[in-house]
Ligand binder design. Structure first.
Ligand code: 5GP
Length: 183
């Protein structure tokens, strides 16, 4: 595979995550929040973001997969992954979220299908508030109108890995966010 190119350095990620944490701390002053991470890509972002938030908080995780045939990694890289929009819940949160402040933490907003599904499902449980924190956003790929509330970086339509994001389950542990060149 061609060499990875750094798109966003670990220093820039850390700086931006600190800013997002400060914003969340201000927005929820005097309240508590539950960070709900979308497995597995959001695990590293959640860990760093939560440590930049000075509020009472707890963690939870949710697992999803899309119906339809996920292409091979090489094809996913070439043309992105256009799921059918039907999302299957693999792991639900462990607690009731009624009347709680929920911050859904996602690695990247792409077509918006996954987040739209998750927001609808969780809003039906009547949380006090529901916000979306996403490290990355590829607005040009959107199929459903969805805006993140706390977005780290808007990026062009490139396939990225690192800082939790994978290519065939690899590269999640890279400290920088890197582009996998489309050959
Ligand atoms: P959406 O439902 O918004 O299309 O899907 C978002 C999911 O697609 C992300 O959580 C992530 O798993 C995957 N995804 C989208 N773009 C990328 C990318 O550039 N790199 C990686 N590694 N995964 C991506």
């Amino acid at each position: 595979m061609a060499e990875l190119k750094v798109l966003i350095s670990r220093q820039d990620v850390a700086k931006r995550v600190a800013e997002l944490g400060e914003q969340i701390t201000k927005d929820f002053a005097g309240q508590s929040v539950i960070f709900v991470g979308v497995l597995k890509g959001a695990a590293i972002f959640l860990a760093d973001l939560a440590r930049q938030v000075q509020l009472d908080s707890t963690f939870d995780f949710i697992g999803v997969s899309s119906y339809g045939n996920r292409p091979s990694p090489a094809n996913e890289l070439r043309s992105g992954w256009d799921s059918t929009g039907e999302v299957r819940l693999l792991k639900d949160v462990d607690q009731s979220i009624k009347e709680k402040n929920i911050i859904l933490v996602e690695d990247i907003l792409d077509t918006g299908l996954t987040m739209t599904y998750l927001k609808k499902m969780l809003l039906a449980r009547q949380p006090r508030s529901l916000k979306v924190a996403a490290l990355l956003d590829k607005p040009s790929r959107r199929k459903l109108p969805l805006e993140g509330d706390y977005v780290g970086f808007k990026i062009p339509d490139e396939f990225v890995v690192g800082y939790g994001l994978d290519y065939a389950e690899k590269y999640r542990n890279l400290p920088d966010i890197c582009v996998v060149p489309r050959e």
